[in-house]
Design a protein around this ligand. Structure first.
Ligand code: ATP
Ligand code: ZN
Length: 283
């Protein structure tokens, strides 16, 4: 039976539980629990702080974990990154006081930089030949410059609003992150095959999140043109309609191409276009 570690509470907790639920795996929520048995899959769930997940997986306390790539990179534990999970997106960036000029990375030579990610930052500065003074702080990194603890920061940025309200400006995007599934490097054959079943489910869920299912009515005479417009998985499904000279087309379309495609289809005479959410796409 697989043991998976997820964040007990915080930004990744809910979406981790939701991903498992979409994969048919029901887990108790984590209040006052450290470990629980899942329903719908032979699996136990361990609820940990995200900082502890890479190590728990490296040691084999858990076989799998769901955690930010940023934590995996920072902790430098030997684990296998199995797949990106498409949530928890963020970036870690260097930010400096708004009032400062920023000529280039050279700016950071000799500067004090506060961060909760000293390992990632040190690697970056080493790569770029910058010699700065890295201060590790937990918690509110973004206030460090205003209280005189640092000249600049290296921190997680999502919208940039927190930076702005602290008089800082993002100058270098260093690390892009999302939640990932990680695995212990020495799983047994049996666990590997359970993992394959799990990643099969995760992949079909993640893939379907970027897709829509579209149906419409179309004059038969326009069928060839519609097929050219629709990218489809192979080719669209075409069904006859009771009305002479018309057919119904069904196709799967990537979200980002949806509106362009819909406009093109309308312009060749498509009617009654329905766009539906796609729950699962099993290849
Ligand atoms: P824990 O109590 O488990 O140690 P934490 O406070 O370290 O939690 P959270 O703030 O819950 O961590 O963030 C967990 C992860 O969510 C981060 O490591 C990062 O991968 C991701 N994340 C996505 N967007 C953001 C964001 N705007 N700020 C912080 N983390 C984010
Ligand atoms: Zn943490």
């Amino acid at each position: 039976m697989l043991k998976i570690a997820i964040q007990a509470k915080g930004r990744l907790n809910e979406q981790s539980i939701e991903l498992l639920a979409n994969a048919g795996i029901t887990v108790a929520d984590s209040k006052r629990k450290l470990i629980s048995q899942a329903d719908g899959f032979p699996m136990e769930v361990l609820y940990l702080r995200d900082d502890d997940i890479p190590q728990a997986v490296a040691m084999g306390v858990a076989d799998l974990g769901i955690v930010g790539q940023n934590e995996v990179a920072e902790k430098e534990q030997p684990v296998r990154e199995v797949m990106g999970l498409g949530f928890g997106e963020c970036r870690i960036s260097l930010a400096i006081p708004k009032s400062d000029e920023y000529p280039s990375l050279e700016y950071f030579n000799g500067k004090r930089v506060a961060t909760s990610y000293p390992v990632i930052l040190k690697r970056f500065f080493n790569d770029k030949g910058i010699s700065a003074d890295i201060h590790r702080i937990e918690g509110s990194v973004e206030i460090a410059p205003s209280i005189g603890m640092a000249d600049a920061i290296f921190d997680i940025v999502s919208s940039g609003a927190t930076l702005r309200s602290n008089g800082l400006v993002e100058v270098e995007k260093v690390f892009e992150s999302q939640a990932v599934l990680i695995a212990n490097e020495h799983l047994s054959e049996e666990k590997l095959s359970e993992l394959a079943r799990l990643t099969f489910r995760f992949k079909s869920i993640i893939e379907s999140q970027d897709m829509k299912y579209v149906l419409m009515n179309l004059p038969k005479a326009q069928l060839e043109r519609a097929i050219e417009i629709l990218p489809g998985m192979r080719s669209p499904t075409v069904l006859p309609l009771a009305q002479e000279g018309w057919c119904s087309i069904h196709a799967v379309i990537a979200k980002e191409r949806l509106w362009d495609t819909v406009h093109q289809l309308k312009s060749i005479g498509a009617e009654g276009i329905l766009v539906l959410a796609l729950e699962n796409m099993i290849r």
